[in-house]
Every structure is written in C-alpha cells, then in structure tokens.
Design a protein around this ligand. Structure first.
Ligand code: GDG
Length: 474
C-alpha cells in the first residue's frame, strides 16, 4: 500500500473483494457482488481512499493490500465473531427488526457483546488509517456503534454514517434491549444518512424520546454543542455504465441466446434477489404459479427466470426459506412444465455483471416484490438496461425504490391476488403503455445516479455544523 494514512476512509462490514482459492492452492481477489459494493466502488476509485472491512472467511489474517487501485485493510473475524456479531446480532437480531419483523428476531446478550467488541475493532482500525482531520464514512447496520467509538478515539475526524437498510419506526426499534446504545453510537457521526425521509424522521423521533436530546427538523443538538444531521440520500446505481454494458453486442447476443434457450416464449418474467426472506420470492412465484394454474397463460406464453443469489447460508431461517422455495418451484414445474420448458428457471447462484445485464435485456417483466427493502438496486438496474424504453417493472410499494419509480406496476406483496393482477397487467400491457412508464422511470434513474448520491452525501457531510442554522437555538 502506498500511504499509511488517508483523507477518506470507508468502513464497511465487507471489503469489496472476495478471496478465492486457485487450483494450485494460492489465493486471489475477486470483486464481490452485493448492493453496497456496487454503490461505493465507483466513489472510491476517484480519490485517495482506503476501505476497511472483513475479507470473508474464518481467521483470514492478511496484511493491507492494493487491488485494482484501491487500498484495502482487511479485518479478520474468528468463528465466534462470525457467529455472534455477523450471523447473530447483525442478521438474527437487527436485520428482522429493521425489516418490519418479517421474521422473528432473537435477542442474546452474548451476541450483543460480540457486536460491541467487533465494532470496537473496526473503530480502532479506522482511527489508525485516518489522516489528521480526515473524513470517515461508516456503512450499514453491522457498524452502528463505530461512529461514537471512533469519535472518542479521534475527535478531529469528520464522521458520516449511512444506513443501507430501512430504519424502523419507534414501535419496533423499542424492542431492542440495547436501543439507547445504538442511538448513541449513531450520534457519534456528524451526518447520519438514510434511504428515505421517513427513516430519518424515525431516527430523530427516537433520539428525542429515548436519549432526550433537543431536536429541530433534521438536526439533533448535543449537550457538548455538536450538531448531528439526519437526512435521506436515496442510493442509486452507475446508470450510464450499466446502460453501456447492456448496449454491447456481446450482451445483446447473450440476451437472444437466453430467450432462445427458454423456448422463445412471448414474455419472460425475471426476478433477481439475494435469497432472503425480506425479498418476497416465495409469494411472487406462488402468484405466477396460480396464474398458470388458472390458465391465464402457459409456458409457451410466459416463463419465469428466478435468480436467487446464495446468502447467509449458515443462518437457520435462510436454510428453511431455501427449502420452501425449492419445494414450490418443484411443484409448479411438475404441474406446468413441459420437456425442455420448465415454467420457472430457478438458479441458485451468482453471475458476472455481463450475465446480469443480459438477463435484464432478455426480460419483458421484471418482478421485484420485497416485504421491506431499503432501496432495491435491482429495480433501478433493470430500468437502466432498458435503453429502448421498453419492458415492464412490477415493484413492491415497500421497496425504497417505489418512492422514485412511481410508474412501475406497484404492488402490495402481502396481497397475492393484487400481485396476480399486476403481473397479468404487466404481461398484457401494450407497447405504448410500457414505453410511457419506462421512459419516465429512465429519466429518474439516469438523472439520479450513484455518483450524484455519493457527492450529495459528501457535500452535506462537509457542511454539517457550518451553518448558522445548525447552532442550537436558545
Ligand atoms: C442492500 C439493501 C439497498 C445480485 N446478484 C448478483 C449481483 N447482484 C447485485 C445486484 C445489485 C445488488 O447485488 C443487490 O442490491 P439490492 O439493492 O437489490 O439488495 P441488497 O443486497 O439487499 O442490498 C438494499 C442496497 O443495500 C444498497 O443500499 O438497495 O435495500 O437491502 O446491485 O445487481 N451482481 C452480480 N452477480 C450476481 O449474481 N454481479
């Protein structure tokens, strides 16, 4: 690595790369898929930054290194850290509470202890890596204590925090035995960013009620004179980069190949999600299965391609979900598939970016039906790839993206009949209707890309506390 200290430090649970073992036993690094990586990588490449995070794996103890022009500082995790901090508190406690209790959260004091200890390690590494007066941008629900811990170690830093998932209403957040510690952890930041204004309001309200600080609109006034701002920064994608990829000849050829392999049905439905119970995969496939059952179409008219990217496979609820979906897909294919033409092509795997772009191009109807989702980048990626202004998006009202993509066929994923109607409408919509909606959504996505997102966050972060209005009113 060139420098030991940096002006910009990104702190996130995962590094943007995965360690892969080669046939000869040596190791290399490969860019890892996932919402956060997709969003931040372009920002990092522009400056003198360093990224601190877990490289994946148990006890992977590697020195800081440079990959693809990015300085990376790995933080090793033991089997106990993974169990308590990552699978336990982050994904077994926080994830369900922050997603409307779609699953039941578990509370274990030893998970919390592990969360505190691992957050402390991240804070210490960040404190070591940052220049005097540097900016540190901490990401997501796994690291909510880092801002306060880091401020104690390094009061000279400018600290931003961004939450990629929803921030729950007070009624749910209150269940957390450690609610106050988490709020205080976040208040170590100068700027706390959320996907939606409603989440920022939930946070401000909780800070007032639970910590007792004075607040005014999006500002929190701390007793020591510091001001914290909480505001919405809806995340986005590299729309131009993705469109360019979608326009390439190789992607066009692959999209045609995919349709051919599917038996050239009139309409191809597509779902792409991490295999997660918040994403509503089961309900959407059930809706599709019922439409086949009721004879609205058959496999010559419509097929469904569902990519389910393996995720958190050690967590019990994720294993159960996988089994349920396997069974449902098996049943629908058994009932409605023909030789060479399954009704649902179900792929439990992850794919390179080119293949994703080809899938988006090949799909007539993109189906995104989470019960709750911070944003959902897949919805935006589909729109970015539809450069001809065609294609239909069926989108859950409960995805953050629904606040921007108003022209989608919006659905309530709990309402299977409503979802069936929307799938049918999107399936049958004429070209004029599809184009009218897609063009409007494309304007939104191309004008608000990930670069604009990062710039607005960084600008706000530099600004907090510098305005007169930020000073606590008498
Ligand atoms: C969290 C929040 C928020 C997926 N499979 C492959 C692959 N991906 C890429 C997609 C997309 C990203 O991963 C998934 O992002 P989502 O936003 O859909 O969902 P989460 O992973 O749950 O992300 C979410 C996001 O953070 C950002 O703030 O929007 O609400 O839950 O970019 O394209 N990429 C590749 N192969 C795959 O197989 N290359």
């Amino acid at each position: 690595m060139k420098d030991v200290s940096h002006h910009l430090v990104i702190v996130a649970n995962r590094l943007p790369v995965d360690r892969v073992e080669l046939a000869d036993g040596s190791h290399t690094w490969r860019t890892s898929p996932g919402g956060l990586v997709t969003a931040i990588e372009p920002v990092m490449r522009h400056g003198d930054g360093v990224w601190i995070g877990w490289p994946g794996g148990v006890d992977v103890d590697v020195e800081p290194f440079t990959d693809n022009d990015m300085d990376l500082v790995p933080i090793s995790m033991s089997a106990e850290d993974i169990e308590g901090f990552y699978e336990g508190f982050s994904n077994g406690t926080l994830w369900p509470i922050y997603h409307d209790l779609v699953a039941k959260p578990e509370f274990h004091r030893e998970w919390w202890d592990s969360y505190v200890a691992v957050n402390q390690r991240f804070a210490e590494k960040a404190a070591e890596a940052a220049d005097e007066g540097a900016t540190v941008w901490v990401h997501d629900y796994q690291l909510q204590l880092v801002p306060q811990m880091l401020r104690t170690l390094r009061p000279d830093l400018r600290i931003g925090f961004y939450l990629h998932i929803p921030f729950p209403p007070a009624e749910l957040f209150q269940q957390l035995p450690w609610r106050r510690q988490i709020l205080e952890g976040l208040l170590g930041a100068d700027l706390v960013g959320f996907q939606l204004p409603g989440a920022a309001q939930n946070f401000i309200r909780l800070v007032r009620q639970r910590v007792g600080h004075k607040t005014h609109r999006d500002l929190v006034y701390l007793p020591d004179g510091r001001t914290v701002r909480a505001a919405a920064f809806p995340i986005s994608i590299d729309a131009a980069g993705l469109e360019e990829l979608a326009r390439s000849e190789s992607v066009a050829a692959r999209a045609a190949e995919i349709r051919e392999a599917l038996g050239n049905p009139r309409r191809v439905f597509l779902g792409i999600d991490r295999l997660d119970y918040t994403k509503g995969i089961y309900a959407r496939l059930r809706a599709f299965g019922e439409l086949l059952e009721e004879g609205h179409f058959d496999v010559e008219d419509a097929v469904f391609v569902q990519v389910a990217v393996p995720s958190r496979e050690q967590v019990e609820q994720y294993r159960l979900l996988r089994d349920e979906i396997d069974r449902l897909v098996g049943r629908i294919n058994g009932d409605h598939g023909r030789i060479g033409s399954p009704a649902i092509s179900y792929l439990h795997s992850s794919y390179p970016r080119e293949e994703m772009a080809a899938l988006y191009r090949a799909a007539d109807v993109m189906v995104v039906t989470p019960y709750r989702d911070g944003m959902n980048l897949v919805a935006k990626e589909y729109v970015a790839c539809r450069y001809e202004g065609d294609g239909a998006l069926v989108l859950s009202e409960f995805a953050g993206a629904a606040e921007e993509l108003r022209q989608a066929w919006l659905v309530n994923p709990y309402d299977i009949n409503g979802m069936k109607s929307a799938l049918l409408e999107a399936y049958g919509a004429d070209e004029r209707e599809r184009t009218r909606r897609m063009r409007a959504m494309r304007r939104q996505v191309t004008q608000h890309d990930v670069k604009a997102w990062a710039e607005s966050f960084m600008t706000e972060l530099a600004d907090v506390g510098t305005h007169e209005k930020d000073v606590r009113p008498a």
